[in-house]
Design a protein around this ligand. Sequence first.
Ligand code: MTE
Ligand code: MO
Length: 503
Amino acid sequence: METRIAKGPAAWAGVASAVAGAGLGELAAVIAAPRSSPFAAIGSVLIDLAPTWAKDLAIALFGTADKIALLVLIGAVLLGVAAVSGLIQRIRPPWGSVLAGALGVVGIVAALTRANPDALAIVPSAIAGAVGAAGVWLLIRRRQAEQAEGLSRRGFLTASGAAAIVGVAAAAWSAVGTATDRTIQAIRAAIRLPSAQDPASVPDGAELAIDGLDPVITPNRDFYRIDTALVVPEIDPAQWSLRIHGLVEREVTLSWDELLALPLEESVTTLACVSNTVGGGLIGNAVWLGYPIRHLLAEAGPLPEADMVMSRSQDGFSAGTPLETLTDDRHAILAVGMNGDPLPFEHGFPVRMVVPGLYGYVSATKWVVELEVTRFDRARAYWTDRGWSARGPIKLQSRIDVPRGTEVPSGETVVAGVAWQQHVGVAGVEVSVDGGSWQRAQLTSAISDDTWVQWSLPVVLDAGEHTLACRALSRRGETQTSDTAPPAPDGATGHHSVRVTAV
Ligand SMILES: Nc1nc2c(c(=O)[nH]1)N[C@H]1C(S)=C(S)[C@@H](COP(=O)(O)O)O[C@H]1N2
Ligand SMILES: [Mo]
């Protein structure tokens, strides 16, 4: 009579097989289908399916490391299910193998549901599932045979260890392979962007030299990044084109070379994320080089009933932008340059949209490939479908950057920060100490109404704990509301306040 093998080796057989399958699947992706790696495909589907609260929680807990956290979570679930597949295979063959294979099917389905799937999209997950299923079947059979013949576990341990090592090695190889696929990096590095007709400039007196205060222009490496892309798209500009269609008199397509041949303009625009909490850092200001979208729309000729432009990215994101914000005279552009460089990959290389006055989720499409002229009552964008407001004008906000958190010497201390309401402009900032009267801060000269502005105010603090709060006044005559609202559905409100101890 056959006695069952122990649970430990059975679970390990499942785990070792899954590691082998996942590793070989990732390697196959690097070779054959870059955007269909099992992890990336499943992760991307989870991002698209995640309810708003889960997305907010992920950003709150992990910030911009939210994607790494997601991959770790997927890995942990995979290993758990793999162990279960070994335990099932031990008592109910072949159902453990079937479960391992089903993980591959999940990956296949995930890869096929992505926007613009690779031609060989099913291959990586098919390999992963097949290796995982065969592995758990063979390893458990082996251990059973050893046990029946009274042999030691040596053969089983060697085989399962080899499977795990192959998997880890393949995964490492795929990671290196991804990092050394420098073709498109080299293309980007070789790009010399044309210079602007009329270069943007930062006026004297726009910048205060105060430690801890965000600089007026945010360096690219410090610029916040928010998107749904688990794998940053790497688009060869030679393959890029933009198609303008929908409710237009004539379709327009534009290639990279055609775009660069147009007279490009420089503009300074502050970009902000609707998910930014009061006092948060999901905001940055850059000098953008690009071409006004209004000229391209004029060529296409929007029909009178149109009121929205749905932009779509190569990776399936979409944003619905009010047509009038793209046809009025603001600097709504197809951007190719950011602070003097071609767009970084994470910020939309080769081409993204930048529209002053609107949160990024309704306007700032990165890796943009399509503009469909349509109507708000006919089409819903990515985040609109997930409960966020269809329209996203930027709310009046201000933030204290210094002092922040720690102790300050008692006596005179400078409070400083930034304030913004793009395309409306900031007329003033006021500061209140310990709930006292609002005192007017000194504003720097703004670059324009489309950018944030720095402010500062010296205050006198006695030794002890204090609360500093700020509020902005807009050029439309409004005062920043003290009513608190969370980011969803259309942007956080409330006054930013910080607690400091004067010593
Ligand atoms: N393709 C694509 N574009 C996108 C997004 C995205 O998820 N995918 N996110 C938008 C959001 S919500 C914001 S706030 C801005 C952020 O731009 P940044 O990452 O360059 O700061 O990009 C916008 N453009
Ligand atoms: Mo955003």
